[in-house]
Design a binder for this molecule. Structure first.
Ligand SMILES: *[C@@H]1O[C@H](CO)[C@@H](O)[C@H](O)[C@H]1NC(C)=O
Ligand SMILES: *[C@@H]1O[C@H](CO)[C@@H](O)[C@H](O)[C@H]1NC(C)=O
Ligand SMILES: *[C@@H]1O[C@H](CO)[C@@H](O)[C@H](O)[C@H]1NC(C)=O
Ligand SMILES: *[C@@H]1O[C@H](CO)[C@@H](O)[C@H](O)[C@H]1NC(C)=O
Ligand SMILES: *[C@@H]1O[C@H](CO)[C@@H](O)[C@H](O)[C@H]1NC(C)=O
Ligand SMILES: *[C@@H]1O[C@H](CO)[C@@H](O)[C@H](O)[C@H]1NC(C)=O
Ligand SMILES: *[C@@H]1O[C@H](CO)[C@@H](O)[C@H](O)[C@H]1NC(C)=O
Ligand SMILES: *[C@@H]1O[C@H](CO)[C@@H](O)[C@H](O)[C@H]1NC(C)=O
Length: 424
């Protein structure tokens, strides 16, 4: 896949009223991938964890549904900032580009049944010592990877060793934490399956692509056996115009506008891609890792489509009265969860663990967590679109890693699955 300065994915869903009071403009989505200027490599980090260093001692390690809860005010500051983490990319570095409000940094996820412990980088690194972890998916998955880099680098500074593994060092990252012999990687594969551009005018934000929904993308499948922990996710790319191929035959499309091709909507491609990805993980001979499936991350465009002035200017979370999971976000989420549940059962027969990072509803409540227009310097004569898809760093996306650590801890304590214990 070629590098694009701006890859913008759109969709044309009818606007739906998602709540009693709030009106999100459904997809028309914007995913930005920046080829260069990815990493700031300037100042040394000056760790300051003093503000977040006390753990709550009421933590349950087992039996708590950490995904049902609410966002509660939290007076303490974030784990890191634009000065103490050098790994953020500009597009998500909202502080650097002058986002003026900071209330969005002062909320924590509170499960109903227990406390979610603060992120403890030392503890995380001890659990993953000698292991290899990889994010498979698109730039929203990479967003979580970058949050994790910022969180962990407060304790141990990784080295970017991507060049030792690939020539495509933008999309295929490897970071090595020598202190813990821990490797953290990223395998770029926004569809999990083989895809190619099919537009005679070349690739653009709404150009049509071919998706071979039953053929895994070797960019990740050829690498993933080297990893012990896999975090897989996908989403917004499926809203593009797509032609779906099965067994090499065109079976339908998403928004292709061709009279002789059935529009199966994005759900079809999404379902099939997850099916293929999960099957691959279940059947790869040498894959012995634990798989975390991070659920669909909703966007929050309001006041217009992404390319018609749509934005996300809210400064605080939605209340549950204002926003609930429904419409296409619910349907997209259910599509992947259904595939996951089937796959989880198949995987367990083979002694493989599939776990769910069930973050869709949690993030639906955080319209305030996106860069909007604070992911880049203001340049007068350049048109930028507001980014209501990715998440500011620091920001609510750090919660995904708190949840991940929690689940890793539970897994490393559980007696179920000896294979797992040997992995974690
Ligand atoms: C660290 O954070 C604490 C609390 O926010 C603050 O009082 C202290 O000055 C900070 N230290 C450094 C070195 O930035
Ligand atoms: C973080 O984890 C380490 C290792 O488990 C532990 O020694 C330390 O006390 C923890 N820090 C906090 C603030 O709980
Ligand atoms: C630990 O829990 C006890 C009982 O709930 C509480 O009284 C105490 O303040 C807690 N300590 C810390 C450090 O949170
Ligand atoms: C995911 O979490 C939500 C709450 O955030 C909950 O309502 C839902 O049942 C969970 N889904 C699964 C499959 O556990
Ligand atoms: C960090 O953000 C502040 C504004 O919040 C800005 O003044 C400062 O220059 C930024 N530092 C870096 C290294 O980007
Ligand atoms: C580091 O971890 C790898 C597995 O990820 C292992 O093969 C290797 O032996 C470890 N090296 C050391 C020095 O422990
Ligand atoms: C659909 O129609 C177009 C012309 O309108 C034609 O080029 C194409 O081959 C047809 N595709 C199929 C699958 O029949
Ligand atoms: C923006 O304007 C400046 C000054 O007129 C010009 O040099 C530059 O090429 C313009 N950039 C773009 C992307 O149009």
């Amino acid at each position: 896949m070629k590098f694009q300065t701006n890859e913008i994915l759109n969709g044309k869903y009818t606007t739906r009223k998602t709540t009693k009071s709030v009106f999100l403009v459904p997809f028309t989505l914007l995913l930005i991938m920046f080829p260069l200027i990815l990493m700031r490599n300037t100042d040394e980090p000056s760790p300051n964890m003093s503000s977040v260093q006390h753990m709550n001692n009421k933590t349950h390690t087992k039996g708590c549904d950490i995904f049902s809860g609410s966002w509660i005010p939290h007076s303490e500051g974030p784990y890191y900032n634009n000065e103490t983490c050098k790994w953020m990319i500009d597009e998500q570095n909202c502080m650097k580009f002058g986002r003026p409000d900071d209330e969005y940094l002062h909320w924590r996820w509170k499960p109903n049944e227990c406390e979610l412990p603060l992120f403890n980088a030392t503890q995380f690194l001890e659990i993953v010592r000698g292991k290899k972890m990889v994010f498979v998916g698109d730039s929203v998955g990479r967003n979580q990877l970058q949050s994790l880099l910022c969180l962990l680098s407060q304790v141990s500074q990784p080295e970017d060793v991507s060049h030792k593994y690939t020539t495509n060092v933008i999309y295929f990252k490897r970071y090595f934490f020598a202190d813990y012999n821990f490797t953290l990687g990223n395998l770029w594969s926004p569809y999990f399956v083989r895809s190619k551009d099919a537009d005679k005018n070349g690739h653009s934000y709404n150009s049509i692509m071919e998706l071979y929904v039953d053929e895994v993308d070797e960019a990740w499948s050829s690498q993933v056996e080297n990893f012990d922990i896999v975090i897989i996710s996908a989403g917004h790319w499926f809203f593009r115009p797509l032609l779906f191929y099965e067994k090499g035959k065109l079976v339908g499309c998403n928004k292709c506008g061709m009279e002789n091709v059935t529009d199966l909507a994005h759900y079809y491609g999404y379902k099939m891609a997850f099916r293929t990805a999960f099957k691959t993980l279940t059947n790869l001979e040498n894959f012995k890792g634990v798989t975390f499936f991070r659920t669909f991350s909703p966007s929050h465009f309001e006041n217009g489509d992404w390319n018609k002035g749509g934005n996300c200017v809210r400064k605080k979370p939605f209340s549950k009265e204002e926003m609930n999971l429904n419409g296409y976000i619910l349907e997209t989420y259910l599509t992947q969860v259904n595939e996951f549940k089937v796959a989880q059962e198949e995987a367990s027969k083979k002694g493989l663990k599939f776990l769910m990072l069930n973050t869709t509803e949690i993030m639906l409540l955080r319209p305030d967590g996106h860069p909007n227009n604070y992911g880049h310097a203001m340049v007068k004569n350049v048109t930028f679109y507001n980014d209501c898809v990715h998440w500011c760093l620091p920001g609510p996306v750090d919660t995904w890693n708190e949840l991940l650590l929690y689940m890793l801890k539970v897994q490393s304590h559980t007696s179920y699955g000896s294979k797992l214990e040997s992995v974690l």
